[in-house]
Design a protein around this ligand. Structure first.
Ligand SMILES: Cc1ncc(COP(=O)(O)O)c(C=O)c1O
Length: 392
């Protein structure tokens, strides 16, 4: 059987993620891992989840073990809608679809909108796994000029007017991989430009709550109630990613169409985990959990930035991220992070080369560093090893 000949042509666009490859290569090597995208497992609220799972199985096992609605568990949709309204973004339960991780939300939105050759506008850099989704639907990704305040509105407005532009994908708060946040002053103008062009905006709010500097972040959708925004949120970063419970919210008609597609994809998100998450959030546990995570991650962020100052001042530049999980570090022009990686692994530290996050090429000198999954003790040692590898 020749499988290569059997695949649809679009499968040529589905390539292994450099991150997954790296994790595979790292295998059993004992390295300090700044490469992964994982939250700190010590932050999982295990006691409340254990109690919640036992309670769901005791009290609501019929629902928890049964097929459910494609749209998701209604009480959870109600909770998400109320939470969005509290944050200034209008939403009713009918405007919420529960998805199997926000990654599925990206996939469903892309699948519903993109035809081969269509253009998706993104930040530069952007989230690698979203770029992979867009590629899998044979779309062209065009990055918009981006700086420390997020996407440049004038550049975005000009790009939005281009032929074949079907979607604008943006991570408004503490984005992956740079940690940058779209400034308040850019939010409404960006949405006005999308509205004027008639192009939907997919606002991936995965890191909304993970803020360590002062200020309470708001969802992008709150900046313009009429704009064509589909917001994506996830419990992966605030509770635990293995639950695979996330949500998508947007205009009711669009959400209803996406629910049909969700049904085609996987019928519905797990009944048990949706109930577990609902029990957790409706029990009022989330604010304290987010506060705990913020405190721990803030300390790690600070320790990481201090370690960078201590070991890499003058040898590299980096983003001073206000939240999220990552720092994007840049080596001097002309140096390649990918070429440095084998030496870094030899020195016992891993990172993800940044180039794959840059959809139009470039970024070879950059690397993404996860500061939340290593322990406090590993942070200084890992950065010291990185500095040695850079010097070698
Ligand atoms: C920006 C962004 N969006 C979406 C996801 C996917 O998260 P999940 O599918 O666990 O909700 C991630 C995970 O790292 C991410 O960084």
């Amino acid at each position: 059987m020749n499988w290569e000949a059997a695949y649809a042509t679009r499968m040529a666009q589905v390539e292994p993620s450099p991150i997954m490859e790296l994790i595979r290569v790292m295998g059993t090597r004992r390295v300090i891992n700044f490469a992964s995208g994982l939250p700190d497992p010590d932050g999982f609220p295990i006691a409340a989840l254990r109690d919640g799972a036992a309670a769901v199985l005791a009290e609501d096992w019929r629902g928890g073990l049964q097929y459910g609605e494609a749209e998701g568990y209604r009480p959870l949709r109600e909770w998400v809608a109320a939470d969005l309204r509290r944050r200034g973004a209008p939403a009713t339960p009918d405007q919420v679809l529960i998805v199997n991780g926000s990654q599925q939300g990206i996939d469903l939105v892309a699948r519903s909108l993109l035809q081969p050759g269509d253009t998706v506008l993104t930040e530069e850099p952007s989230y690698l796994a979203a770029l992979q989704v867009f590629a899998s639907y044979e779309a062209t990704v065009r990055p918009v000029r981006t700086d420390a305040e997020g996407m440049d509105v004038e550049a975005a407005a000009a790009a939005l007017r281009g032929a074949g532009v079907k979607l604008l994908y943006v991570m408004p708060s503490h984005q992956n991989p740079s940690g940058a946040t779209l400034s308040e002053s850019r939010r409404r103008p960006l949405l006005e430009a999308a509205l004027a062009a008639g192009v939907p905006v997919l606002a991936d709010e995965a890191y909304l709550d993970l803020r360590y500097d002062p200020g309470e972040p708001t969802p992008l959708a709150a900046a313009h109630p009429e704009a064509p925004v589909i917001s994506l949120g996830t419990f992966s970063k605030t509770i635990a990613p293995g639950l695979r419970v996330a949500w998508l919210a947007g205009p009711a008609a669009a959400v209803a169409r996406l629910a049909l597609l969700k049904q085609v994809a996987d019928l519905h998100t797990g009944s048990l985990t949706q109930r577990l998450v609902h029990r957790y959030v409706s029990g009022g546990h989330l604010p304290a959990q987010v506060a705990r995570l913020r405190a721990v991650y803030r300390q790690k962020r600070d320790a990481f930035l201090q370690a960078l100052d201590r070991h890499l001042a003058g040898k590299a530049t980096w983003t001073r991220t206000a939240g999220g999980m990552f720092v994007l570090l840049r080596l001097p022009a002309g140096r390649s992070a990918a070429a440095l990686l084998p030496a870094a692994l030899d020195h016992g530290v891993a990172f993800v080369p940044g180039a794959p996050f840059f959809p139009a090429g470039g970024g070879e000198e950059s690397m993404r560093l996860n500061f939340v999954s290593p322990s406090r003790e590993q942070i200084d040692e890992g950065v010291a090893r990185l500095a040695k590898a850079i010097d070698a």
